[in-house]
Ligand binder design. Sequence first.
Ligand SMILES: *[C@@H]1O[C@H](CO)[C@@H](O)[C@H](O)[C@H]1NC(C)=O
Ligand SMILES: *[C@@H]1O[C@H](CO)[C@@H](O)[C@H](O)[C@H]1NC(C)=O
Ligand SMILES: *[C@@H]1O[C@H](CO)[C@@H](O)[C@H](O)[C@H]1NC(C)=O
Ligand SMILES: *[C@@H]1O[C@H](CO)[C@@H](O)[C@H](O)[C@H]1NC(C)=O
Ligand SMILES: *[C@@H]1O[C@H](CO)[C@@H](O)[C@H](O)[C@H]1NC(C)=O
Ligand SMILES: *[C@@H]1O[C@H](CO)[C@@H](O)[C@H](O)[C@H]1NC(C)=O
Ligand SMILES: *[C@@H]1O[C@H](CO)[C@@H](O)[C@H](O)[C@H]1NC(C)=O
Ligand SMILES: *[C@@H]1O[C@H](CO)[C@@H](O)[C@H](O)[C@H]1NC(C)=O
Ligand SMILES: *[C@@H]1O[C@H](CO)[C@@H](O)[C@H](O)[C@H]1NC(C)=O
Length: 518
Amino acid sequence: MWSTFVWCLIGILMVSNPLLAKHKSLTDIHTVLPSTIPDTEYEQVIAERYLFAPFANESIAWVTLSDIHSVWQAVSLPQYHSQAAEGVWLLGQTTTKTQRTEFMNTTLHMFWMSLSTNGTLVTLTGIDVKSNTSRLVVSHNTNTIRTYTAALISLDRIQLLLCNRSDATSCNMIQIIYFPSVLANISKIAGGIFVEDLGVAGWLFIASDTGLHGLDLSTFTIVPFVNQINTGVSSLAWSSKRQTVFFGTDTKLWIHSYGTDNEGWRFEHINGLIDAPITSLVYNDVQDQLWVGQDTGITFLLPVVMSTGRLHWYFSRLAGQISNPGSYIGHLPLANITVLGVSHSTVSDSRVWLGSIYGVMRFNSNDTDMNSWRVFNSARYMPNRNALVDVSSLAVLSRSSTALSVAGSAAVAVTSKGLSVLRFEIWTLAQKVRHFQAFLEQPGRHNKYNLVSDCPMSLWGDNRSCIKGSSDNDGLWTTMYLSSQIFRYAVTKDPTVKVSAWTHFEALELLNQVSGSV
Ligand SMILES: *[C@@H]1O[C@H](CO)[C@@H](O)[C@H](O)[C@H]1NC(C)=O
Ligand SMILES: *[C@@H]1O[C@H](CO)[C@@H](O)[C@H](O)[C@H]1NC(C)=O
Ligand SMILES: *[C@@H]1O[C@H](CO)[C@@H](O)[C@H](O)[C@H]1NC(C)=O
Ligand SMILES: *[C@@H]1O[C@H](CO)[C@@H](O)[C@H](O)[C@H]1NC(C)=O
Ligand SMILES: *[C@@H]1O[C@H](CO)[C@@H](O)[C@H](O)[C@H]1NC(C)=O
Ligand SMILES: *[C@@H]1O[C@H](CO)[C@@H](O)[C@H](O)[C@H]1NC(C)=O
Ligand SMILES: *[C@@H]1O[C@H](CO)[C@@H](O)[C@H](O)[C@H]1NC(C)=O
Ligand SMILES: *[C@@H]1O[C@H](CO)[C@@H](O)[C@H](O)[C@H]1NC(C)=O
Ligand SMILES: *[C@@H]1O[C@H](CO)[C@@H](O)[C@H](O)[C@H]1NC(C)=O
């Protein structure tokens, strides 16, 4: 299977070259000059999978995060942080054996994970993570840069953190705000969001299983049950342009507008324009629309400003498994949406990231229809042998200031068995050919008496391993590879390519002769 793909790819890349295909017969192919061959740049995904310690046996090819028992949240840094394009903060649990080995010592921590250190996590000392449902919420507001960076929300308190703007491993706890006794029964924090321009100094909204709560950042007082919302809130989103905050529950989408002329609260029922309980929300500023995630798919909410200045919202649906008349971006590849995210980069990024129980998707409203969706599922991208991976948290990093706009931001997805890190590089097709050519030229893999041969993996998911054996497909793979090398020689004029191509031709010739068919 794998080798089929490799050979087809090289063959197709060469054969599909329009200059070669359209104008030249094989005999006069030598007149094509290498410098006239067009090449195309494209966005190449680099996927890295990291396993939590209890799942180290999933595949030997993936790095295990030693001592990390689980992670429940990945968080991108404030957009002004100098390392915002380099890594993420994680909330997770370590398990280490104590002196008396029958006891496991379990502790909760905040970590810094740089994407370039191959799974080495740095523990932030002095940050006391209270519960395995605590949530870290980052503020991107540069006005409060010296007062606080983030809030760590736990079941009974909010800890405000102040972090070094150029060292992600350095944060201090600077203030604790305890919840009043009326909030004594919170057992899950679903999330939080800083709304910078609401009130005197902004608000922090808290989504919990008991309802919606707020922290007024001018007085640092907790306002329980904001707008009397006392059922579980799963998600929050904010549009600064529209001065509107959204809150998702199982039964309603709450919309709170606070701009002049539009102040007020309203809601939409679930099972009406939104067809299932809300699991996740995100506002995409580039598209200027709200994405509402559900088990059944995605619903959009788009603003319309009336001539009176009044703001209205209208719905549009992007369903998953069910048909979707009226949708303008086609079908959703995977349903059962669990989390939604966008990059808070200072360099604009139009892409929306979606987490699902089956993996991760990315939608780019600025791309053509055919290229707008990318799907990252299965062990190719996720640290799991099974399709069901339960993406529970998704952090989209900032783009570095030097990033090309065609290359998307990196993302880190938290799944049940580990982390998936998805990064993007701009490659040319020539670069892609070099990658696969180098892979197949590794000694002891695909060359069998100059026949090009299958080499299935002996260790699950580990492409360093291979089992050579006899196969009736060798002839097919060799002919396809040989064709590709003829084109490769025509383009590159590399004499070693010609020599190597002949050895494969001779192997095929031998196959014919030994069978007596000549
Ligand atoms: C890994 O180990 C666990 C626990 O022993 C076992 O249930 C699971 O099947 C193993 N997974 C693989 C892929 O071997
Ligand atoms: C990453 O770490 C793993 C072991 O944890 C090691 O096998 C691998 O070679 C490392 N890769 C790089 C690029 O350092
Ligand atoms: C458990 O770990 C914490 C921090 O890692 C340490 O302070 C504590 O002493 C450990 N407890 C035991 C019983 O080893
Ligand atoms: C969180 O901790 C509680 C006990 O304190 C435990 O029952 C629960 O399973 C833990 N949840 C996760 C997701 O680890
Ligand atoms: C922030 O971190 C940088 C780099 O480690 C260091 O040079 C600087 O002194 C730190 N600033 C503060 C205020 O601690
Ligand atoms: C918390 O739950 C307990 C048990 O269900 C109940 O008796 C108590 O009134 C609740 N407290 C608050 C503040 O809601
Ligand atoms: C996935 O979503 C469908 C509705 O589209 C629902 O019926 C199903 O139970 C969901 N599956 C899981 C595992 O949550
Ligand atoms: C995406 O498209 C919008 C609207 O067409 C445009 O304003 C924005 O600059 C584009 N963003 C990127 C990153 O190309
Ligand atoms: C083989 O696996 C490594 C590590 O997972 C990966 O970097 C490399 O791209 C793979 N080779 C090919 C040809 O895909």
